[in-house]
Design a protein around this ligand. Structure first.
Ligand SMILES: C[S@@+](CC[C@H](N)C(=O)[O-])C[C@H]1O[C@@H](n2cnc3c(N)ncnc32)[C@H](O)[C@@H]1O
Length: 229
């Protein structure tokens, strides 16, 4: 049955032969989709619920791309009179040129260049589906290691309804064919709740909560400071 098993085909924009110009355009198109789908919403909703006092937090965004999520959340938090400060990490060197945040590191989510408990909140969005299952286990372990208070990871939920809705959305806003193909492949490479529960268990995450929202997003949260609700 279509989407029962996860696809393993590599995405077009992950190929090493993509030029910096192609990648810049790719991140700009990703931003259009991110804004339309409110990619910051799960973090606005869940972080204040899962940490005791959200008024002053340091974040590490894994697979941060051009840094849009951190910028969006920083601005939103400032409107609440909160201080949310972001460090970014991505494996693709082009992202450093695109990101205005000076705390942007190049590296892999499977081997984070940070000490244990060095960031209050470790987040990721639309990144984990780029990894193999073995890499996901290491990514979850590393996220838990460097987080002091909360890990909150969000990605694409693999199901046919979402695949069709995303196809329609990307077609209606006239995104280029390669981007649309990667978008659908991202859902095909996406996750279902039992899979993340299994991988979180294999990573040794204690008390990991995994759930899906609106059929489109899958989330994993680990509350570490003992005060989260
Ligand atoms: C679909 S983009 C999402 C970017 C950003 N999170 C957003 O939502 O706009 C996935 C990002 O994950 C990065 N990525 C993929 N594998 C990675 C790894 N092993 N370590 C760090 N970043 C990775 C890619 O370079 C890319 O920037």
């Amino acid at each position: 049955m279509f989407l029962r098993d996860r696809a393993t085909q590599a995405e077009y924009f992950d190929a090493p032969e993509r030029t910096p110009a192609e990648l810049r355009l790719h991140y700009a198109q990703l931003n259009r989709i991110n804004r339309l789908t409110q990619f910051d919403r799960p973090f606005r909703i869940w972080v204040p619920q899962l940490v005791t006092d959200p008024s002053s937090l340091t974040f590490l965004d894994l697979g941060s791309g051009d840094g849009s999520l951190g910028q969006t959340l920083h601005t939103w938090a400032a409107r609440q009179n909160w201080s949310w400060e972001f460090t970014h990490l991505d494996v693709n060197p082009v992202t450093r040129e695109l990101d205005s945040n000076p705390r942007h590191f190049l590296g892999s989510v499977t081997a984070l260049p940070f000490p244990d408990h060095s960031h209050d909140v470790v987040i990721a969005t639309t990144m984990t589906h780029h990894l193999s299952e073995t890499e996901v286990i290491q990514h979850f372990r590393e996220a838990q290691r460097v987080a002091k208070r909360l890990v909150l990871i969000c990605d694409l939920h693999r199901n046919r309804f979402f695949w069709l809705a995303l196809a329609a959305l990307m077609w209606s806003i006239r995104l280029p064919r390669e981007f649309r193909q990667d978008g659908l492949l991202s859902v095909e490479r996406g996750w279902q709740v039992p899979e993340w529960r299994r991988l979180a268990g294999a990573a040794g995450l204690i008390n990991a909560r995994v759930w899906q929202e609106h059929g489109t997003r899958i989330l994993l949260a680990v509350v570490k400071d003992g005060y989260g609700r």
